[in-house]
Ligand binder design. Structure first.
Ligand SMILES: O=P(O)(O)OC[C@H]1O[C@](O)(CO)[C@@H](O)[C@@H]1O
Length: 538
């Protein structure tokens, strides 16, 4: 049945391909009909080629592919991560005290979630108020989070996003196994007043364990046996944290039903809580919860995650665009594109269905981006005049955090709106010819100049608008994107919650390490063997 809907969508696209998006605004109700709200957050997708017929078909597709039923199964705690036989319940981390019972494997998960949150809060309050100090008595002025992937990108992104609320110790993040990262970070810090948070769900990830060992040596060199008093851990592997000598009171765990890239809402968010305080962290959770409620209850045609997912599908499968750009006009969301790369590409970069059958349709696009206006002076040239079409996703606040700099924010808004307008309307060759004439060009030169100053337009974008980047808003944004990934993955029929694609490289790196260290090179292709030789330490 869904095949027939895909085909109708494809036929509709073929019949309307040359119609300018701008012409759709002949319908004066288009903005209202092709935008939707969740609380005070607006999603405008009117600047896409989706018309009423396409939208109806896309909504039909979502229904036929069982988006609502699978969403409800996820929220109920069913084991929808089938390849790992796990529930998917990051939403439980933000469900709040009044949530309904959530039973996984016969046990209500809410008490453990609430207990961990309270323990995190006690620890964060203690550190922030200097009641908890280093063993030498110094307050913790700096926190270094050591983690990678989901144990890094969320806290990095959220700490930067919430800078106006940051009144706790300074936050630093070490992720890369490149010794440069840990060395550059630690060299600016005083070990006697530094708290190291080792964040790893498994506590086996080689990058994190290597960086943690280096940090521990750095602590030991300065404070000797007191080093363990400078450590906390975010992990489910209590045996391994104990081996490192970390006080169990300072270990914050989470269950296997929270995927790494969905984990910022729980203990992985500890550095964020240390930075902005428990109250702001709870506001962040409330924002996520508000988006959950919206996703569960709003009708599909007004449901932001469903609509954003359908827009993504339209662009990826029906229009064939291979990438999408996330362009926050919000400097504090500078790390959002990197965060969404993991969320989206690790979740939906899959080539087989949940049953292991090869897919006949494209899945997750390449996600990339940078904040505006910086991107305008870098890669927007390609967005406007390149040979590929890149659907853009703009994010913009009505208000900044610097009332004294309102003129900056006005410029930011004007630029954001100008870009989506320019992408859609473009500039015709005739208009460019007029411009070239005004500039004094004549004959062939005028023609050549006009061709180069022509913007084809008709390039789609969506805009997510919100009042201000508060902790609550950040929670809404992250949950919106999480559920969008879920909607797309469900329609594609893939498991968005495993990540087998990261395994092979890890295995090969382990096998290569002895050869990097000088063991004879065996069983390697010519290129790898050649590079090993070239990279041998001289
Ligand atoms: O928290 P851990 O167990 O160290 O894992 C870190 C990251 O590694 C991955 O498993 C694979 O890159 C991610 O999914 C995860 O976020």
């Amino acid at each position: 049945m869904s095949d027939a809907i895909w085909q109708r969508l494809e036929r509709h696209r073929a019949a309307t391909r040359d119609r300018p998006i701008l012409s759709l605004f002949d319908d004066p109700a288009r903005f209202d009909a092709f935008s939707a709200e969740a609380g005070d957050m607006l999603l405008d997708f009117s600047k896409t080629a989706i018309d009423r017929e396409a939208l109806a078909l896309l909504l039909e597709l979502a229904e036929a592919r069982g988006v609502a039923a699978r969403r409800d199964a996820m929220f109920r705690g069913e084991k929808i991560n089938t390849s790992e036989n796990r529930a998917v319940l990051h939403t439980a981390l933000r469900a709040g005290e009044d949530a309904e019972p959530l039973i996984v494997d016969g046990r209500d998960v809410r008490p453990a979630v609430a207990d961990t949150l309270r323990r995190m809060e006690r620890f964060a309050v203690g550190v922030r108020s200097c009641e908890i100090t280093a063993p030498g008595g110094q307050p913790f002025t700096d926190v270094v989070n050591i983690g990678i992937g989901g144990s890094d990108l969320g806290p990095v992104m959220a700490t930067a996003a919430l800078a106006p609320y940051h009144d706790g110790p300074r936050a630093h993040f070490v992720s890369n196994v490149d010794g440069a990262h840990v060395a550059d970070t630690l060299k600016a810090l005083d070990p006697r007043s530094t708290l190291i948070v080792i964040a790893s769900k498994t506590f086996t990830t080689i990058e994190t364990m290597t960086n943690a060992a280096t940090a521990l040596n750095w602590l030991r060199a300065a404070v000797g046996e007191d080093a363990a008093g400078h450590l906390a851990a975010v992990s489910s592997a209590l045996d391994r944290t104990a081996e490192m000598g970390i006080d169990p009171d300072r270990v914050f765990g989470f269950a296997d039903w929270v995927g790494g890239r969905y984990s910022v809402w729980g203990p992985v968010g500890l550095p964020v809580m240390l930075a902005v305080g428990p109250e702001n962290f709870r506001a962040f959770l409330s924002g996520g919860r508000a988006m959950d409620d919206h996703f569960r209850t709003a009708p599909p045609s007004r449901n932001l995650p469903i609509l954003l997912g359908l827009v993504g599908l339209w662009h990826r499968n029906i229009c064939g665009y291979p990438t999408r750009a996330v362009l926050p006009y919000d400097q504090r969301l500078a790390r959002l594109p990197a965060y969404l790369q993991q969320l989206d590409m690790e979740s939906n970069g899959k080539r087989v269905t949940r049953d292991g059958a090869p897919l006949s349709r494209a899945t997750g696009p390449v996600v990339w981006g940078e904040p505006g206006t910086n991107g305008q002076h870098a890669f927007y040239q390609l967005l406007h005049q390149g040979t590929d079409i890149v659907p853009a996703e703009f994010l913009i606040a009505a208000q900044g955090h610097e009332p004294q700099l309102k003129h900056h924010h006005d410029l930011l808004k004007a630029n954001c709106l100008a870009q989506s307008e320019a992408l859609m309307t473009g500039r015709s060759f005739d208009q460019a010819m007029e411009l070239a004439a005004r500039l004094g060009f004549e004959g062939d030169e005028r023609h050549a100049q006009a061709a180069q100053r022509t913007f084809p337009g008709n390039r789609p974008s969506v805009t997510i608008a919100y009042p201000k980047l508060t902790p609550f808003t950040l929670g809404q944004i992250i949950a919106l994107y999480e559920h969008r990934v879920f909607v797309e993955g469900t329609i594609w029929g893939i498991n968005s919650f495993d990540q087998w694609g990261v395994e092979l490289g890890k295995e090969l790196a382990n096998a290569l390490l002895p050869m990097v260290r000088g063991a004879p090179v065996t069983g390697k292709d010519g290129s790898t063997a050649g590079l090993l030789k070239r990279l041998a330490s001289r």
